[in-house]
Design a protein around this ligand. Sequence first.
Ligand code: PGA
Length: 243
Amino acid sequence: MKKILVANWKMNPTTLSEVAKLISGLNKIQPKEDVEVVICPSFVHLPLIKSQFSLGAQDVFIGESGAFTGEVSSVMLKKLGVQYVIIGHSERRINLGESDELIARKVEGVLRNKLQPILCVGESGAIRKKGFLMSKNFVLQQLKKDLSLIKSDQWKKVIVAYEPIWAISTMPDAKPDSPEEAAKMISEIKKITNGRVLYGGSVNAKNAASFLEQSEIDGALVGGASLKVEEFKKIITSANLKK
Ligand code: PGA
């Protein structure tokens, strides 16, 4: 099974010329046959990305069209060639107050429109301090809430990204999870969904291989390091089993 690397550019870069430079750098990377790379720029940059890699969006709205000022639908994304959609990123849960109820509707809508949801789940640092068991209970409950509007035999169609919030590189005192603990959490998630699960949180060129060599970990969601061409190139090489 191919490893999946999702480049989450977040609200970067800010100028069109920087976007053009980044994508032309990424297009020079030799494609690797057993790695699926997904580039997720901001909505406004999606139509500009002509790339050898797959295209993903960082969010979506639940409706298909109509009176939803400022929102973007699955239908619109599909017309731009988008195949993947990140849903429920912790930055949206925290900064925009996205609830599990809304996220569940997004997951359902994205699947119905035949796009590939990448559902982000993960515990806060405060929960992690209470131990792995508490963290596991939190993550699995969050997961079940976010999948509640689709039948359980469809759960395997959702790619889950386990992203412990405290490990995301922009959090104060962030540090990556250990590959073993991440793999342990991911195998718990897989017992529920039976589908593919990625790890995200401070993945970089130095540590990518240690996560990707874990058989339970199907790939990585990469934020900061995906904005640096050389760094991301090394991460792609780490994911390539044939190297
Ligand atoms: P990071 O971000 O790789 O910069 O930690 C990951 C994410 O938030 O998706």
